[in-house]
Design a protein around this ligand. Structure first.
Ligand SMILES: Cc1cc2nc3c(=O)[nH]c(=O)nc-3n(C[C@H](O)[C@H](O)[C@H](O)COP(=O)(O)O)c2cc1C
Length: 208
């Protein structure tokens, strides 16, 4: 049984804090005793047309930009995963632009699920989020985490535990990630992967 982990890097910054956290995530995945496969998606490096509220997805169940950019392919990768890891910085109390445009395109799933009342089978069951910001601001993650909840809900992915979203303040540079924080994230990813493996195991047993 191979567990497919998809990582979204919400930051447009190469070699930034989020990229460093993704390296930590990859290490945790690679060291796991479970068989794992990891894919990384970086919306800022892809062609992502912004949602224009054309309502095509309400009428047809498909996005008007479906064949015009890279978004559909990225959602296909996510929907074929077991675990979604979202790493993102806070930009003006929300998600960075390209990542937010990518999130807005999940409207097609929201409309299919809640307006068209379609049953959308989902393979992926769990997501974890690691978010960072530069300031000490107490409420700095509130807007981003609200966005994450509704984004994941549109994809039919549940955050099973409150602590599936980690938030780290005062992170301007990758070296601001202290060893204990790196360990926390590594453990966090490993635990999530183990939880997925446990969920999938009884399922596998019955299979010939
Ligand atoms: C355009 C922009 C907007 C930002 N907005 C905020 C903000 O609203 N609050 C905050 O605390 N930090 C803010 N930051 C700082 C980043 O969230 C922080 O440095 C983050 O850890 C950088 O992660 P990265 O290196 O992965 O991009 C902002 C940075 C940029 C470039």
């Amino acid at each position: 049984m191979t567990i497919k982990v998809t990582c979204i890097n919400g930051s447009p910054r190469p070699r930034g804090v989020t990229s460093r956290f993704l390296e930590i995530c990859e290490r945790a995945v690679n060291q796991s005793s479970e068989e794992m496969e990891i894919h990384t998606l970086i919306p800022s490096k892809k062609k992502v047309m912004p949602c224009t509220h054309c309502d095509s997805c309400i009428e047809t169940g498909y996005c008007a930009f479906k064949d015009k950019d890279d978004v559909q392919n990225m959602y296909d990768v996510i929907n074929d995963s077991d675990l979604l890891y979202i790493g993102t910085p806070v930009y003006f109390a929300g998600a960075p632009g390209a990542f937010k445009s990518f999130i807005d395109r999940a409207q097609v799933f929201w409309n299919r699920r809640y307006v068209r009342r379609e049953e959308i089978p989902v393979r992926i069951s769990r997501a974890i989020v690691v978010a960072t910001c530069g300031s000490r601001g107490k409420s700095m993650f509130d807007g981003l985490f609200q966005t994450m909840y509704y984004f994941l809900d549109s994809l039919g992915i549940k955050l099973l535990r409150e602590r599936d979203m980690l938030a780290y303040r005062r992170m301007e540079q990758p070296d601001d990630i202290k060893a204990e924080v790196a360990q926390q994230v590594e453990l966090f990813v490993r635990e999530a992967a183990q939880a997925i493996a446990k969920e999938k195991r009884p399922f596998q047993k019955g299979k010939k």
